[in-house]
Design a protein around this ligand. Structure first.
Ligand code: FES
Length: 125
């Protein structure tokens, strides 16, 4: 299986790894089949995602997807972040092998869960 250079770069030098102290929202997703788990932490100020970090226990494509997602999301509004799709993440990485597309799906799903958590905690419809 071949990964492109951008995927390899994000896998080998992942950006924004870790947790955020008292995050505004946390989202976690897992894939039952492969057992991979991804957790996304966001810090929101004035409707902007000021900081985002991730912890991913998973394959190289899952780590690269979470890493590139954090770069896509930082300093975006909540609505802009919600508009990011699974496809956008794979495209931003310059494509993934077909068998690895499910890995990139985890990233957008975890982000959307983190935003949902933020909205629920702040009574935002
Ligand atoms: Fe499951 Fe990549 S193999 S997330």
């Amino acid at each position: 299986m071949m990964y492109n250079e951008k995927v390899m770069d994000h896998f080998q030098n992942p950006r924004n790894v870790g947790e955020i102290d008292s995050p505004s929202g946390v989202g976690e997703v897992g894939n039952m089949r492969c057992g991979d788990i991804m957790k996304i932490y966001i810090k929101v100020e004035d409707n902007i995602i000021k900081d985002i970090k991730f912890l991913t226990f998973g394959c190289g494509a899952a780590i690269a997807s979470s890493s590139v997602l954090t770069e896509m999301v930082k300093n975006k509004t909540i609505d802009e972040a919600l508009a990011i799709t699974n496809n956008d993440v794979a495209e931003e990485l310059g494509g993934l092998p077909a068998a690895k597309l499910h890995c990139s799906n985890l990233a957008a799903d975890a982000l959307h869960n983190a935003i949902k958590d933020y909205k629920e905690k702040n009574n935002i419809p």
